[in-house]
Design a protein around this ligand. Structure first.
Ligand code: ATP
Ligand code: FE
Length: 337
């Protein structure tokens, strides 16, 4: 079975073609326009999706060497995300499914960040149920108990900023361009993680909070640059390493608590921040030190991509979970709902 998948929830337009669980093509058009504004501008994102969607889908089909007449179904991201962005992918998928007279499958973007692990790829192993999924992305930070493909329960989540936002906002305070997460990661690899101390938030249970960290970094940088205007330039690697260290400590503390509370030692991460080299290393270390089994996706399946939408599409296709033409985009769309 060939499935065409479409992802347009935020600022990446992506299309993928899967043959069952294998990804034949996974094309991502990242929108550069937002860089100059230091963040995603929803109106511009929607317009760029409209420009990109047709060429991106064509490219995905061409790379997979598949004609659209061979497709068995079309999967698309229904939500969560920016309404104007979601509408482009949703309308496109609906029209194409109608035109080709094939089933339409809606996918929850956050479930897809977790189920990306079931893509058939030699560098990844599929997690065993039940496992703990930790989605760490630009808009979410959640710990999810995954009992089976479509039985997920959110055990904890952020009360304010997402972890990706914590990376991006800290980077912005240091004068790094958007999105700053990957740059903080790069600089951190050359710095001392214990050079500067930032407080960890005190949040009960499995919930997270990242807005306090941003504030403490702001005041720290203000204080230091008052003494030395070149402080940030001279210490960029150490600052990045220390910020990243604090963020990773917060994530690891909560994971340890989740393992303790559930007795589940199988951990799978997903979302853009799962591309971070520090968290990848910390999880590998936890296998040796704590006896966990960890699952880390390939880089291209961490940040937004249609491959992950396609695997959920295929799993739903097997179960006949189709939707009809009355389906609409859903900006707020909880996991497991
Ligand atoms: P959501 O999935 O919650 O709707 P999103 O789709 O916008 O949000 P993703 O594409 O999954 O988010 O992730 C983007 C985030 O990942 C950005 O905040 C970016 O800075 C962060 N990110 C990407 N690579 C890295 C990295 N190596 N280190 C830290 N953060 C990173
Ligand atoms: Fe995402």
């Amino acid at each position: 079975n060939y499935i065409l998948a479409i992802e347009s929830s935020c600022d990446d337009t992506s299309a993928a073609v899967l043959c069952n669980t294998k990804v034949l093509s996974n094309v991502v058009a990242t929108q550069e326009i937002h860089k100059q504004y230091g963040g995603v501008v929803p109106e511009l994102a929607s317009r760029a999706h409209q420009q990109n969607i047709v060429p991106v889908v064509h490219q995905a089909l061409a790379k997979a060497n598949i004609d659209k007449k061979q497709l068995s179904a079309i999967a698309f991201t229904r939500g969560p995300g920016l309404m104007g962005s979601l509408l482009v992918g949703t309308s496109f998928a609906k029209s194409l499914a109608l035109g080709l007279d094939i089933p339409l499958i809606e996918v929850n973007h956050m479930e897809a960040h977790i189920l990306a692990h079931f893509i058939d790829d030699e560098s990844m192993t599929a997690p065993e149920f039940p496992f703990l999924g930790m989605t760490i992305s630009g808009g979410h930070t959640q710990i999810v108990r995954v009992n089976s493909y479509f039985d997920m329960e959110v055990l904890g989540e952020t009360l304010d900023d997402a972890v990706g936002e914590a990376f991006d906002k800290s980077a912005k305070l240091m004068g790094l361009p958007y999105p700053g997460g990957p740059l903080v990661d790069k600089n951190a690899q050359l710095g001392n993680p214990r050079a500067f101390d930032f407080p960890k938030p005190k949040v009960e249970g499995l919930n997270f909070s990242f807005s306090g960290l941003k504030t403490s970094i702001l005041y720290f940088l203000k204080r230091e640059t008052k003494k030395n205007p070149d402080f940030v330039d001279e210490n960029i690697n150490d600052i990045c390493a220390s910020v990243q260290y604090t963020i990773l400590e917060i994530l690891m503390d909560k994971l340890k608590l989740a393992v303790k509370q559930t007795g589940i030692q199988h951990i799978a991460i997903g979302g853009g921040v799962a591309a971070n080299s520090g968290i990848r290393k910390r999880l590998k270390d936890a296998e040796k030190e704590l006896g966990w089994t960890t699952y880390i996706p390939k880089f291209q399946y961490c940040t937004d991509n249609a491959g992950m939408i396609g695997i959920v599409g295929y799993l739903k296709f097997l179960e006949g979970q189709f939707t009809n033409q009355s389906v609409g985009a859903k900006a707020r769309y909880a996991i497991g709902s």
